[in-house]
Design a protein around this ligand. Structure first.
Ligand code: ATP
Length: 218
């Protein structure tokens, strides 16, 4: 049997989802030969303030963004859960679904990776998935000021070979260069709140949903 290609996992608040997230998924799929990327909107994100937007709206916007893209799927598991969204339990759930042999690759932006050592049960992540960090082209993310314990994990786990991720189910860390897109959900929310247009920073279907449901107008 041919081993299945790795599954990418991109979690986020997605408040709202935008082209920074979607390009990250697309470029990761290409760079890391992922079969597809699962987008997982957080329900109650533990690392930040509670989003002003209901999980159901963020889930629906994520579904609209992923619709008609066969390489993207939406996992509603965190958005519909009553408990806070921690990544380790989510990965444990995905392991139950996909089995112990399937390579899983957690996709993170550089900002998220730098904070990893503050995550709940973060060291257990490595037994459950690989980690791939989106970086600016030419940027060596190992040079970033990382917490010493995270730097130590990186030294033993880093591989520059994207192909290495397919050879084991979990435990390696790699980086992939992505087109720099300085798009943030915070900036989009601010634009909408002051009546400016965020069009072309996010899919039209997502913007239509925001307008129909009067999101971010505060
Ligand atoms: P906010 O502005 O509300 O903090 P955000 O736009 O940073 O939101 P999140 O939902 O917090 O979006 O991010 C989810 C993941 O996507 C994180 O790993 C983050 O690093 C990554 N990400 C967000 N924006 C970009 C971008 N423009 N380019 C690449 N990765 C991004």
């Amino acid at each position: 049997m041919t081993p299945r290609r790795p599954l990418g996992i991109l979690g986020g608040t997605f408040d709202p989802i935008h082209y920074g997230h979607l390009r990250m998924a697309e470029e990761a799929r290409d760079a890391l030969a992922l079969e597809r990327v699962s987008l997982i909107p957080a329900g109650l994100p533990p690392h930040r303030e509670r989003p002003g937007t209901q999980a159901a709206d963020r889930l629906e916007m994520t579904r609209l963004a992923a619709a008609a893209h066969p390489h993207l799927e939406v996992d509603a598991g965190e958005a519909l859960a009553a408990a806070p969204s921690y990544t380790v339990p989510t990965l444990e759930r995905l392991r139950d679904t996909h089995g112990t042999a399937r390579p899983l690759v957690l996709l993170l932006g550089m900002d998220a990776f730098q904070n990893l050592a503050g995550w709940h049960r973060w060291r257990e992540l490595f037994a459950l998935a690989h980690i791939a960090v989106a970086t600016r082209p030419g940027y060596d993310f190992r040079a970033a000021g990382l917490a010493p314990e995270l730097g130590a994990e990186l030294r033993t786990r880093f591989t520059p070979e994207a192909g290495a991720l397919a050879a084991s189910p979990a435990g390696r860390v790699t980086a992939f260069a992505m087109t720099p897109l300085a798009i943030s959900a915070t900036a989009i929310r601010e634009q909408i709140a002051r009546g400016a247009s965020p069009r072309f920073l996010l899919p039209d279907a997502v913007l239509d949903y925001i307008q129909t449901h009067h999101l971010y107008t505060y």
